[in-house]
Every structure is written in C-alpha cells, then in structure tokens.
Design a protein around this ligand. Structure first.
Ligand code: G
Ligand code: G
Ligand code: MN
Ligand code: NA
Length: 253
C-alpha cells in the first residue's frame, strides 16, 4: 500500500474536502473573504490534516493534481456562493512546485472560465520560501498570474529568507504575517514590535496586511490598534466545510 496510490484514490473516490476559514476586516469585523484549506476524509484514518500529505504530494509531484483539484473546488464554491448572492473572494495556497509549473496559469484560467469566476475573486498565496527557491521562475509565474487579474499574497511572512527589498519588485497585493508572531504577541514585547513594524513596512509598500492565528480578543484588538487590515484565526472561526461556512456566515455579527 503506498501513500501515492492512496492519494490518487482520494481524488478519484472524492475523499478530499475543501474547508473554508473566514478572513475578517479587523476594523469592522466584516467577513471579506475565506481561505481554502484541503483535508482528506480517509475511509479508515479519519480526517487527515494537510501537514500529513502535502509535503509528500510536493515530493512526488502529485501536488499538481491536488492543486488542480483545490482550484476547481474553490471555483465551484465561489460560483455556488455567487449564485446565492454572496460575494466571497477566496484564497488558495500554492506550493513550491506549483510555482515552477509553467502550465499552471493556463490551467487556472481554464478552471475559472468553466465556473465563470472573476480572476480578481481569487487570491493565490505563495510562501517566501517557494519564491526564493527559484526567483527568476517565481517572478515570471507571478507576473503572468498578476497580469491575468489574480490577487497575490505572501504567506507565512517572517519565517522565510526573503527580504522586503526583493518582494517590493513583485506584483504582490497582500502580506500574511505568520501566526508564530501573532501568537507570541501576548507574552513578548519583541514580537509585538516585529508585528507592528511588519505592518508599517507592508503599508509603506502599498501591501494589505493579514494576521494569521488570531486566537483571542486581545490579539484582535492589538492588531486593529496597529492598523493591521485583516485577520483570521480560531477566535473568529476554525476552517469549516462549505455548507457549514454558509450557515456560520449568516450568524456572524
Ligand atoms: O489547514 P492546516 O492548518 O492544517 O494546514 C496546514 C498546512 O497545509 C498549511 O501550511 C497550509 O498552507 C497547507 N495547506 C492547506 N491546504 C492546502 C492546499 O490546498 N494547498 C497547499 N499547497 N497547501 C495547503
Ligand atoms: O500555512 P498557512 O498559513 O496556509 O496555514 C493555515 C493553517 O493555519 C490552516 O491549516 C489553519 O487550520 C491554521 N490556523 C488558522 N487559524 C489558526 C489559529 O488561530 N490557530 C492555530 N493554531 N492555527 C490556525
Ligand atoms: Mn495560507
Ligand atoms: Na500562513
């Protein structure tokens, strides 16, 4: 039994699930978008978190099929929400390999055409690490995706080895502060300063800032005080299946 054949079957037998986690505007609490996060409903292993199969999918190249599945499901979810009168921009995580895949922009274009999704309704999240691995290739893919109208976001910011000097030349719209800094804010003055100066720097580069890992009202308030634009975290909601997300949305605020 191999994990790879297991994963292939997971797609064929519809065992993958697309969960959505709300992103809110910190000033108002309004839900402005959601991040798509994949889970694997294994027939015998329960709900498998992505950390247990994404790295493997990356190593084997299976990530291309997985990403394609995620984008198709996100496009489907966006279309269903739009048909119900809900405007719900979605963020999708791209992996290192995705960024090296020269067929990716074309594949995304085909999927969003199929579901009639406006490119501006999708934000593609890329980690610093993925960008720095092959800067030339990353730059060319990102420029292509940006010119197609997709929003671009730097995920897990602060944990990789990029510099803002390099990022400023990329067509990026948003920066997501890694949750390690956000969680540490409550107990560490240094982390509060890191978060605060990251927000300032990002704004000086005309980037919107999202804080991840907001688990308390205090974290939300502090981030709002620092001028952070958006946030997501368990304090707002855990990631949920689409139907549950729609019900949750109706009850929020
Ligand atoms: O949802 P969770 O916190 O368990 O996710 C753990 C990790 O898996 C995070 O780094 C997240 O970015 C990654 N991840 C979740 N869904 C996807 C996905 O659809 N594609 C990729 N490439 N990574 C994902
Ligand atoms: O790497 P990426 O930023 O895409 O990972 C997002 C992951 O973080 C998701 O798997 C999600 O489940 C997780 N997550 C989201 N909000 C919180 C939070 O408030 N606390 C913790 N511990 N994890 C969170
Ligand atoms: Mn992400
Ligand atoms: Na992140």
């Amino acid at each position: 039994l191999s994990l790879l054949s297991d994963l292939r079957r997971a797609i064929d037998d519809q065992e993958l699930r697309l969960y959505l986690q709300p992103k809110v505007e910190l000033k108002s609490g309004r839900v402005i978008s959601a991040e798509a996060l994949v889970r694997w409903q294994h027939p015998s292993g329960g709900l498998v978190p992505p950390a247990q199969f994404i790295p493997f999918a990356e190593q084997t190249g299976f990530i291309r099929e997985l990403t394609q599945w995620v984008i198709a499901e996100a496009a489907r979810a966006w279309r269903a929400a739009a048909d119900a009168g809900i405007n719900l921009p979605l963020s999708i995580n791209l992996s290192t390999r995705d960024l090296m895949d020269q067929e990716l922009p074309g594949k995304i274009a085909a999927l969003i055409a199929e579901f009639e999704v406006a490119p501006g309704a999708l934000c593609l999240e890329i980690t610093e690490t993925a960008i720095m691995l092959d800067q030339q290739r990353a730059r060319s893919t990102l420029q292509q995706l940006s010119s197609m109208g997709f929003k671009l976001s730097i995920d897990d910011f602060g944990t990789g080895h990029s510099s803002l000097a390099y990022l400023k030349d990329l067509p990026v719209d948003e920066l997501k502060i890694d949750m390690s800094f956000v969680k540490a804010m409550a107990s560490s003055r240094a982390d509060r300063r890191i978060v605060r100066s990251t927000i300032e720097l990002a704004h000086n580069l005309d980037l919107s800032v999202v804080a991840e890992g907001i688990e308390t009202a205090e974290a939300w308030q502090l981030l709002a005080k620092y001028g952070c634009d958006e946030g997501q975290g368990f304090f707002v909601s855990r990631p949920m299946p689409h139907a549950q997300f729609v019900a949750w949305l109706a009850g929020w605020q």
